[in-house]
Design a protein around this ligand. Structure first.
Ligand SMILES: Nc1ncnc2c1ncn2[C@@H]1O[C@H](COP(=O)(O)OP(=O)(O)OP(=O)(O)O)[C@@H](O)[C@H]1O
Length: 391
């Protein structure tokens, strides 16, 4: 276990700023995910933590000890890559033992083949096998120990790669998109296994993924990067319900959040051609509402939101996707026909729903997220205006 602090990490390649001052404090034993779109700098940051890459400026501390200029080996960090990087000619047991064998060999014997057949490697092996067996049991791969990587499924290979990283008893475990080569069903399985592994090992995990669902389901906290900048770091529920800006709201949540342009006057708001009995305390002008698909309640088909001040908007559907337990309805509000909107509707016991083409929807003002013209979240919620009386 170890605490990891990143302080103002900067890195550029060929004059392009890839990381623009990233500061994150990863707690001892925490599972932190780094998420963001392809090219935002996630892997570069992970490589900098591991020591494979050197930052242009900034500092890395492990348990309060500066390690920025230390070699990877001295950091007691293990890393699992998306392509597993197993030795194809070695058995699972040999693959898993290799980091321990290598650590005990003199430098000249560390080449994979030389290391494998050298007398020093053979001497080191007996006391290593107990450790390998223990980790294999933890990962439930004992029955695979004599196979070679080519004789394993993707999920099994992934477990071997995890095992190989774990045998060294690292303080920090780094993973770079470890599930991306697995099919969807297996991804969910291994996702659960990694979460269990984290809980059982108590290690500090830093996990890179571009898949927000993966990050949300596995992590204690999620750090969202965009173009080399840290947009927000927080618990999954916090990023979902309390995003700092439009980019975070857009990236987190599937299906994606809806955005609606609105104009605020002192005593009402306007959405397209409809007046809404809402106002923003002391603020007028152009804003954007963020509205999660499950916060739009089709009247008569879903329970009304528990709010005394729901607003009612007519909706016209264009496409309905039946996901079995729920419907994902695409369409637009009549007040704003040019803006696509997604609505999630739970089905009662999977029964089919006969949705008309147009129906009313109910929305609780408390469920509206408000963003200013720069995309920054405004913490205040829209206030109801009742029959011309400002509440
Ligand atoms: N050694 C390097 N030399 C030059 N450019 C690099 C180098 N490593 C990374 N880059 C560039 O830095 C940017 C960020 O790369 P990085 O791999 O960190 O992104 P990422 O967020 O992990 O993306 P992905 O999800 O696609 O792996 C990319 O534009 C990449 O081309």
């Amino acid at each position: 276990m170890a605490r990891l602090q990143l302080k103002s990490i900067r890195k550029s390649f060929d004059g392009n700023d890839i990381l623009k001052g990233i500061s994150i404090d990863v707690k001892d034993g925490e599972f932190l995910s780094l998420v963001g779109e392809s090219g935002c700098g996630k892997s570069t940051l992970l490589r900098i933590i591991s020591g494979l890459e050197v930052p242009d400026s900034g500092e890395i501390l492990i348990d309060d000890r500066p390690v920025t200029s230390e070699a990877p080996k001295a950091r007691n960090i293990a890393m699992v890559f998306q392509d597993y990087a197993l030795y194809p000619h070695m058995t699972v047991a040999e693959n898993m033992a290799m980091p321990l064998i290598m650590a005990r060999l003199p430098l000249h014997a560390r080449l994979p083949l030389a290391g494998r057949f050298s007398p020093a490697a053979r001497r080191a092996r007996p006391d290593i096998s107990d450790k390998v067996r223990a980790v294999a049991a933890q990962l439930r791969i004992e029955h695979l120990m004599e196979r070679r990587p080519g004789q394993l499924s993707g999920g099994q290979r992934q477990r071997v790669a995890l095992g190989r990283a774990l045998v060294r008893d690292p303080g920090i475990f780094l993973m770079d998109e470890p599930l991306s080569n697995l099919d969807a069903k297996l991804r969910v399985e291994v996702r659960k296994e990694i979460t269990e592994l984290h809980a059982a090992s108590g290690l500090t995990f830093v996990y890179v993924t571009h898949d927000q669902t993966e990050a949300m389901t596995m992590s204690d906290r999620v750090a969202l990067l965009q173009k080399g900048t840290l947009l927000q770091v927080g618990a999954p529920g916090q990023l979902y319900a309390d995003p700092a800006n439009i980019e975070v709201a857009r990236f987190i949540g599937s299906p994606e959040i809806n955005f609606l342009p609105v104009e605020a006057a002192s005593d009402m708001m306007r959405l397209g051609n409809q007046h809404l009995p809402l106002r923003l305390s002391g603020r007028t002008g152009g804003f954007t509402f963020g509205l999660r698909p499950e916060a739009i309640h089709p009247a008569g088909f879903a329970a009304a939101p528990a709010s005394a001040d729901t607003i009612r908007l007519s909706f016209r559907r264009t496409l309905v996707e039946d996901l079995g337990h729920e419907l994902l309805i695409h369409g637009a509000f009549a007040a704003l026909p040019e803006t696509d909107v997604r609505v999630r509707l739970q089905k009662s016991h999977g029964r089919p729903l006969d949705l008309p083409e147009s129906f009313d929807t109910l929305i609780a003002p408390e469920d509206l997220l408000v963003f200013d013209e720069f995309g920054k979240r405004i913490q205040q919620k829209p206030l109801p205006v009742r029959q011309g009386v400002v509440a």
